[in-house]
Design a protein around this ligand. Structure first.
Ligand code: FES
Length: 375
C-alpha cells in the first residue's frame, strides 16, 4: 500500500467500535463510517458552513452533520433525497492486515446545489427616506385579555411622537405576538455554527423572530426597547429576544462583519420594584455589542421601589404622568437627533480595530518574547 497515496488511519478492530468518527488522513478531515460490517469514508467537512461531519450521527445510510443537520450518504457522499447534487467527496477505504487505509485523494468531487440565500442575508443598506423608528415591546400578557402595560404605553407614546412631531416612519413589534424558538445554542457547538441569519431562521420558516432581524438590521435607524422589570432584571421575553440576536453580535466576532451601522438605541424601563440601573446596564451592554450608538441619557425609567406593592396605583401613576410621557417623547427625540447625526457623518465608517474585542486573540507570541527578554 503506497503511503503517499494511502493513509493508515488505525486499527480496524478499534475503528469498528464506533459507527461514525472524525479522523485525519494526513491533513484531510474524513468522516469514517462503519455500517453493516463495512467501512466507508466521506469528507469530514460539511457543505453548509464546514461542520465536522464525523462528529455527527448516522441516520440509516446518512451522516447527519452535528451543526445544522444536513445529511450526506455515508458511501456516495450525496445529499439526502432532493439534494443529491449537494455532495461531499468520497474517499476509497481498504482494510489490510487489520489496519484501515483511506486514500488521500478523493474519488469524487464536492458539488454544491445552489441555495437561494435567505432574504435577510442581503447586505444591509439604508434606504432613503425619513428616519425610521422601531419599537420593541418585551412585556407579555394574556393574548385574549390584554391589559395596560406601563412600559408599552410609554413606548407607544414615544412612537406616536416620533411619527406626528418628528416626521419619522414608525413600527411597533410587540414581541409577545411573535412565535419563535429559543436560542438553541449553535454557538456552543462552535462559534462558526452560529450563522447570520440565525440557523433556526434558515431552517424554520415559521419562526417569526425574522421580523425583529428585518427591523433591526435592515429597516430601523432608531431602536427603542421597552421592558418591565421582573425580579430585578429585564423581562424573560427580552432575554429570549436578545439571545436570538446573538447571531448579529457573533458576526462581529467570527466574521468581522458589522450588520448594524449608524443605528441608535434607547430604552424604556418600568417596574414595581427597583433595579433600573442594572437592567439599563444589561441593555446598554448588549445593544452596544451589536453596534448601536446611544444619545445622551439613553433611557427613561420609573419604579415604585422596594416597599410598594400596590401595582394598581403604579399603573395609574404611569398612565396619568405627563412627565413620564414627555420623558419618553424626549428620549425618542434624542435618539432621532443622534440618528440624523450618524447618518450624515462618517462616524461609523472607520474599520473596527480588533484588539481587545470579544474573541480576538492576543499577540501572545510577542508577549512571551517580551516576558523572556524582561526576565
Ligand atoms: S449543516 Fe453542516 S455546517 Fe451546517
Amino acid at each position: 500500500m503506497d503511503p503517499e497515496a494511502w493513509a493508515d488511519v488505525g486499527s480496524a478492530e478499534e475503528l469498528a467500535r464506533r459507527p461514525l468518527q472524525q479522523i485525519l488522513a494526513g491533513r484531510t478531515r474524513i468522516a469514517l463510517a462503519f455500517k453493516d460490517g463495512q467501512f466507508s469514508a466521506i469528507s469530514g467537512v460539511c457543505n453548509h458552513v464546514g461542520g465536522p461531519l464525523g462528529e455527527g450521527t448516522l441516520d440509516g445510510d446518512y451522516v447527519v452533520c452535528p451543526w445544522h443537520y444536513w445529511k450526506f450518504h455515508c458511501r456516495t457522499g450525496e445529499g439526502e433525497p432532493g439534494y443529491e447534487e449537494d455532495r461531499v467527496p468520497v474517499h476509497e477505504v481498504r482494510v489490510e492486515d487489520g489496519r484501515v487505509f483511506v486514500r488521500r485523494a478523493a474519488a469524487t468531487k464536492r458539488g454544491r446545489k445552489p441555495h437561494e440565500p435567505h432574504p435577510l442575508a442581503r447586505p444591509p443598506r439604508r434606504a432613503d427616506g425619513p428616519i425610521r423608528v422601531l419599537g420593541l415591546s418585551t412585556t407579555t400578557m394574556t393574548a385574549d385579555h390584554p391589559r395596560y402595560s406601563t412600559s408599552e404605553d410609554l413606548l407607544e407614546h414615544a412612537l406616536r411622537h416620533a411619527g406626528a412631531e418628528l416626521g419619522c416612519d414608525t413600527r411597533l413589534i410587540p414581541i409577545r405576538t411573535l412565535r419563535f424558538r429559543e436560542c438553541e445554542g449553535f454557538y456552543s457547538k462552535s462559534s462558526r455554527a452560529c450563522t447570520w441569519p440565525c440557523s433556526i431562521t434558515q431552517m424554520d420558516s415559521s419562526d417569526q423572530i425574522e421580523q425583529v432581524y428585518e427591523g433591526v438590521v435592515h429597516w430601523a435607524d432608531v431602536i427603542v426597547v421597552a421592558t418591565p422589570i421582573r425580579w430585578g432584571g429585564a423581562s424573560s421575553l427580552y432575554y429570549k429576544m436578545v439571545e436570538r440576536m446573538n447571531c448579529i453580535q457573533n458576526q462581529e466576532t467570527v466574521a468581522n462583519r458589522h450588520l448594524l451601522r449608524d443605528k441608535v438605541a434607547g430604552f424604556i424601563i418600568t417596574g414595581g420594584q427597583d433595579n433600573v440601573q442594572a437592567v439599563a446596564g444589561q441593555m446598554l451592554g448588549f445593544f452596544a455589542e451589536i453596534g448601536c450608538q446611544f444619545p445622551q441619557f439613553p433611557y427613561v425609567a420609573h419604579t415604585r421601589g422596594w416597599s410598594a406593592e400596590d401595582m394598581e396605583n403604579n399603573q395609574r401613576y404611569v398612565q396619568d404622568s405627563l412627565v413620564l410621557h414627555e420623558g419618553a417623547a424626549e428620549l425618542v427625540r434624542r435618539c432621532v437627533d443622534m440618528a440624523g447625526v450618524m447618518i450624515r457623518s462618517t462616524l461609523g465608517e472607520h474599520a473596527l480595530v480588533r484588539g481587545g474585542r470579544k474573541g480576538h486573540e492576543l499577540d501572545t507570541r510577542a508577549q512571551l518574547v517580551s516576558v523572556a527578554t524582561d526576565s
